[in-house]
Each structure stands twice: as C-alpha cells, then as structure tokens.
Design a protein around this ligand. Structure first.
Ligand code: ADP
Ligand code: MG
Length: 174
C-alpha cells in the first residue's frame, strides 16, 4: 500500500491518500487507524455500495481491541451496531437516513458523551450532523481489488494521530 501526504489546505488540516489492493490490506489500514482512536472520535465513511466501508470498519474495530471473532457487518437494518473493545464503539449506517436531524435523533451526542468512538457509513448523507473534528475517509473502487482512501480532517490533533499511526517506510505502510 502506498501513502503520500497531499497538499495541506491549511495549517490545522490533514489530508492523506492511501491505496489498498486487497480486503486484507483494507482491514490492516483500518486496524492501524483504530489503534490511534480515542473516546469521542467520529469516523465518517463515504463511498458507494461495495467501496469497502464495512471492511474498513472491521479493521477499525480490530484496532480498537474488538475480538476478531466479533462479526462486523453493515448495520443496514438495525441502523446501529455496538461493539466493545478498549472503548465502546457505535457503528451507524446512515444509508436510510435522509436528514441530519434523523442522525442526531439516534442519540449520537449521548454516545460521544459516554466516550464511544462513532463510525458512520454513508456519512455524506448526514454531513451537517457530523462533528467538525471528525476523520472523513472517502473510499473509491478503482479496480476489482484496488481501493483508494482519502483521509481528511480539520482537527490538528486527529490529523497528528492519524499521521503517526500510518508512518512507516515509504510505500510499505500496510
Ligand atoms: N481492496 C479492497 N478493500 C475492501 N474491499 C474490497 C477490496 N477489493 C475488493 N473488495 C470487495 O469489495 C466489497 C466491499 O464491501 P463492503 O466493505 O461491504 O463495502 P461497503 O460497506 O462500502 O458497501 C467486498 O465484496 C470486498 O470483497
Ligand atoms: Mg457497508
């Protein structure tokens, strides 16, 4: 997997590109990011059906200490899945939500106040309700097994944590 820092829009922001060539690499990317997460972090996932949002979420859960035997699936019908690792995790699917108010009504503020990490698939559908310090990850399917990930945040602290968990020899980050 190759990672290259991109242009920084402003001093506080971070933008980074990652590419994976298999499901295993995507899970590993998520796992690395998961190790850097803290209470109240929001991970906003964007990408079409089959992009890899749920596989990245699997990795995030692993990195947060959720056992690999715990199923991580798209919470399409239940809207919210709950996992417990070193932090509580709430995995939300916003696909069926049409307004930001519906997202807030799920009790997201309470989840964050309780110290959870909140992972949101289809976050672009409820973008106005996503906290400003979230880590946005936009996933695109380039080929059958190639996925690109654009990681963005306007939070300097989140940006630093993500950068430091992804460091490694050039081109060998995952
Ligand atoms: N590099 C890759 N990373 C993630 N998924 C991949 C990759 N290459 C192929 N795939 C396939 O793409 C699909 C991604 O599914 P999923 O993670 O459920 O996507 P989403 O939640 O975005 O709808 C799976 O069928 C998976 O096998
Ligand atoms: Mg999914």
């Amino acid at each position: 997997m190759n990672l290259s820092p991109d242009q920084l829009p402003d001093a506080d922001a971070m933008e980074r590109l990652a590419t994976t060539h298999s499901v295993a690499e995507t899970i590993e990317l998520g796992r690395k990011i998961g190790t850097a997460l803290q209470p109240r972090d929001v991970i906003a996932l964007v990408g079409r059906l089959g992009a890899g949002k749920t596989h990245l979420a699997k990795g995030l859960a692993l990195g947060l200490g959720v056992g690999s035997d715990r199923e991580v699936n798209s919470p399409t019908f239940v809207l919210i899945n709950e996992y417990w690792g070193r932090l509580p995790i709430r995995h939300i699917d916003a696909y069926r939500l049409s307004r930001a108010e519906e997202f807030a009504a799920l009790g997201v503020d309470e989840m964050l106040d309780a110290g959870s990490v909140v992972i949101v698939e289809w976050a672009d559908r409820v973008a106005e309700a996503i906290p400003s310090d979230a880590l946005w990850i936009e996933i695109e399917a380039i080929e059958e097994s190639t996925r690109t990930f654009v990681l963005r945040t306007t939070s300097g602290k989140m940006g630093e944590r993500v950068q430091s968990c992804l460091v490694g020899p050039p081109g060998r980050d995952v």
